[in-house]
Design a protein around this ligand. Sequence first.
Ligand SMILES: [Zn+2]
Length: 312
Amino acid sequence: MNYNPAHPCPQGTGTPVAFTPGDVPRRYPDVVRRLAVLVPLFGIQAARVEPVPRMTLKLVGRWRHRVMELAEAGLPGMAGDDPKVWKARKYALDCLPAFAIVPQRTRCCRLREVCPFCWAREVRETWLKIDKAFFAPTGGKGPSAYDLVEVGRDMSLSPLVNRDRHGRVLPDDQKIEALPEVFALWAAKRRSHVAEIEGLLASFQTIHIGFEDGKWRFGRRSILLIDHRAVPYEPSDRAALRYFHRSQLPNRRAVLLAVARACRYPTFLLRGDAGLVVRYLAARKGRKLSAMTGKFRNGKAGAVIPDPTPHT
Ligand SMILES: [Zn+2]
């Protein structure tokens, strides 16, 4: 098979939509998406508004290219020639861009685990819930009445391992994919990771995956909302952490930056070997790799708390 993004379907039924990104919205929910997705991909200049339309267009092209590479690499639901698959590819290719407003109306592809635009939309949803929990009591005016803790842990993993999620060593030098095992372990253990934290009122835990030097980088990221009267949280393995930040009574910008850091788009999804991405997606299939507890779960996000000022 030889896929071409300009002709996703063998019959040539779908020419991708020509998007024309225009205005860049600059409120908090827009800033958090840019910081979480565009900055990892394009660098810190994506924090400014001016280059965003150009970057959005470039990202559309890159994403389209990746969709076809994933199809070529055999991603289930994307690879093959039957009409259902053509349609799925077409949706992915024409996924509604985030970051800048486009006059073209297309749908979201909903491939949230890999599509940078759908990833960005999910970051927004996550931020809405977390921002609301921190700032609803004060209506977004002034600092939060709670403390914020951010924790990032990383570990390296060989892609194939000889030990399963229960810690059993496999017989006869047998090797299995590492990611499904660590994902299952994370899901089983994540509650215990935050169970002992004094004054904990809400937690958001998620996974960040990267690939470097032939190994997966498996990152656990947490955002904690803690009663400010509690004894300040100090993890026992602090020296080994990738990052640890504790903000007493943080402002909205601090919480926004914490969400952008925890929900950073893994750049290997667009730039890494497509076969690896297919393995990653197979490993997380049907599994949610983020979870919220306590005040972060208090219903749907509802109305956005207004921004105090526009942002550049
Ligand atoms: Zn999408």
